[in-house]
Ligand binder design. Structure first.
Ligand code: ATP
Ligand code: MG
Length: 572
């Protein structure tokens, strides 16, 4: 491609609304343009990289035995009602109406569609395992679209869905996708690592997210360098000991704490109750039921864990008025010892199990209770691990200190079980002639997010550093001085023709511009190999070969082609 024929609108200035480096570089390197918030146009250069990522994904999915198909983005709401997600996913569902005012859904994902297909096409255990995938546009009404392609309203996903006759079969399908994902991200030049992930209301222990470490990531991951344990903070546990039990002392005693409404205030004089001897009582509305959640004073409730463990789909903290209505006091004085209505369930964090000599609110504004023994004085409906782990806590597996870092989720593999096959009637006859729902898995890669994650991970002050496998062009030829027929241009044209003939993707910067402008642009758009042709080196019969982000070498003009080909074949 000749630069003068291309559309590569590089920008010197950073657009004001781009917050993170990869978003800035996508815009500055002329890869995308914003149509409006959460909607982007892929310019030719950006599209080339996107297609390369798609191709890598396709090759690895095919290699893993998955079958490519293509499903409509527009979906009938009936199947969403049937799966139950018309309600539970309503926050992200885009809905449109046709001329007869009938409603349709723009697919945020395709479990409902693929399961409908399987219900019609897979009737016997003999037809399984089957894994179907597509690379397709998804729509999500995100609360906060941001960071460019990272969280968009419309984005491209590779989604795959496996169908198996048995649970073991489903695990094997899961493992194949897990392995394929590992290869895909490595081939994209991306350092992504799998972490245990929340399985939400579906349950089961098999879900991994593929995470790219980045300060700007929206996820937090807890990990152990010693043994390799890694989990999303929404799932992570640690090996912290339970609260130390003390001798069971006197009966519960009420004491006045005027104006004290925080854990911190109660930990100070004159009360001096350390946070780890306090029980924090939270009132939540979980699927329109009022429940209490007890957590140690120095811990934080993890709402995702809370939802996953209790199976609640929608949770929110109760308002002060709702707290008053339920327990007779406002936040700051709440407790679960007295006045808990019989129909209000009490969930407590495991770390409090067996704790005594604790302090908690008295359900009377301005009063607390001491000498509280969890087992003796409280009625806990169920114990769960509900707290958020913190850096430095001992790893549950090897006791070494856990670390926490931020990361970008680029992929997600998930063992679904029979949730969708039961609801949408995807059943098959097993060997004995009995009808069973198929055991499913689903596997997503954010293709557009992956593209941006590559840039977020691979850049320097001058611009993008593309891994060769996903670079829009592999080589850029930069002649300094564009005069038709000059020795520089003749050689540039010849290298361009020869490399192209060898199947190398080459950009020829044929703009009549200052060297500084051309070098800056080449660095900004991040082409992995640059061939520089200038009068000085050419006088010595040499050209410059520079790897983006690496050293420059000189090559004899006659050897330049072979040298560059070798670099390209070696992967940059
Ligand atoms: P997130 O937690 O980031 O909202 P998710 O868990 O809802 O993502 P999945 O349903 O697992 O996402 O979708 C599979 C993949 O699609 C994700 O791993 C992510 O890479 C990508 N993805 C999800 N939502 C978006 C979005 N709004 N914009 C771009 N990519 C997205
Ligand atoms: Mg996910």
């Amino acid at each position: 491609m000749r630069w003068t024929n291309a559309l590569i609108p590089t920008l010197k200035e950073t657009p004001a609304d781009a917050e993170i480096i990869s978003h800035k570089l996508l815009l500055r390197a002329g890869l995308i343009r914003k149509l409006t918030g959460g909607l982007y146009i892929f310019l030719p250069l950006g599209l080339r990289s996107l297609r390369k990522i798609e191709q890598i994904i396709r090759e690895e999915m095919d290699r893993a035995g998955a079958l490519e198909l293509l499903m409509p983005a527009l979906q009938p709401p009936e199947i969403w009602q049937q799966s139950g997600r018309y309600e539970t996913a309503r926050d992200v569902l885009f809905k449109v109406r046709d001329r007869s005012k009938k409603e349709w859904v723009l697919g945020p994902t395709h479990e409902e569609v693929i399961t409908t297909l399987a219900a019609g096409e897979i009737n016997s255990y003999r037809q399984m395992p089957k894994n179907f995938y597509q690379i397709q546009t998804k729509f999500r009404d995100e609360i906060r679209p941001r960071f460019g392609l990272m969280r968009a309203k419309e984005f491209i996903m590779k989604d795959a869905y496996s169908f198996d006759a048995t649970d073991d079969g489903a695990m094997a399908s899961y493992q194949k996708m897990y392995d394929a994902y590992t290869r895909i991200f490595a081939r994209c030049g991306l350092k992504a690592f799998p972490v245990e992930a929340d399985t939400g209301v579906i349950g089961g222990s098999h879900s991994h997210e593929f995470m790219v470490p980045a300060e700007t990531g929206e996820n937090e991951v807890a990990f152990c360098e010693a043994c390799g344990y890694a989990a999303n903070i929404e799932k992570a546990t640690s090996g912290l000991p339970k609260t130390a039990a003390r001798e069971i002392g006197a009966a519960v005693e009420k004491f006045a704490t005027p104006g004290v409404v925080t854990i911190e205030a109660l930990s100070k004089a004159p009360y001096s109750v350390p946070a780890n001897r306090q029980i924090k009582t939270l009132v939540y509305i979980a699927d329109s039921k009022t429940v209490l959640v007890l957590i140690r004073g120095d811990d934080q409730l993890n709402e995702t864990k809370f939802m996953a463990k209790t199976g609640a789909v929608e949770v929110r903290p109760a308002t002060p008025e709702e707290c008053l209505g339920t327990l007779g006091a406002k936040p700051g004085s709440l407790g679960a010892v007295a006045n808990v209505p019989a129909d209000v369930e009490v969930f407590a964090d495991e770390r409090l199990r067996g704790a005594n000599d604790m302090t908690t609110g008295a359900n009377e504004d301005g009063f607390h209770l001491k000498n509280v023994s969890i087992e003796r004085d409280l009625k806990v409906t169920q114990w769960f691990d509900l707290r958020t782990v913190r850096a430095g806590e001992p790893c549950a597996k090897c006791a070494k200190p856990l670390k926490i870092r931020r990361a970008i989720e680029v992929g997600h593999v998930f063992k679904l079980g029979t949730k969708y096959s039961e609801k949408l009637n995807a059943v098959f006859l097993d060997e004995t002639g009995k009808s069973n729902p198929s055991v499913m898995g689903c596997y997503g890669i954010g293709v557009t997010r992956t593209l941006q994650a590559v840039i977020e991970q691979s850049n320097d002050k001058d611009g993008i550093i593309w891994p060769l496998a996903v670079a829009p062009y592999q080589v850029i030829i930069t002649p300094l001085g564009v005069v038709a027929g000059s020795p520089i241009m003749t050689l540039a044209e010849k290298l361009y023709a020869d490399l192209t003939a060898q199947g190398v993707e080459v950009l020829l910067d044929d703009r009549d511009d200052r060297p500084g402008v051309k070098f800056k642009d080449a660095d900004l758009i991040g082409i992995p190999i640059r061939i520089g042709l200038g009068e000085k080196s050419l006088a010595n019969g040499e050209v410059e070969i520079k790897r983006r982000g690496g050293e420059m070498t000189l090559a004899k003009t006659g050897e330049a082609l072979a040298n560059v080909l070798e670099l390209v074949r070696a992967g940059g």
